[in-house]
Design a protein. Sequence first.
Length: 92
Amino acid sequence: MASITKQNGNGLGGVANEGTWPGIDSRFRLIIIAGLRSKQLLRGSKPRIEVDKRRSRNTSIALEEVKRGLVPFSTVIKKEVHRHEIGALDLN
């Protein structure tokens, strides 16, 4: 019996597991990065891939650029700062 893999119609099935999206560890990060790149394309940036402008949308171009690793990005990890209020401490 053949096994069938079900995937979303948006091509995001198994984003973190497949390793086909370099540097993308969650679908939320993918959406943010592709969305920002799509805005750049909308404002006049040139695509980093060969596209047919009559058939491709900015969002599709941005997703393909991210998938190919052509959109540089970095992540910032914020350290938690614990603040202690003196009035909240029970010194007795």
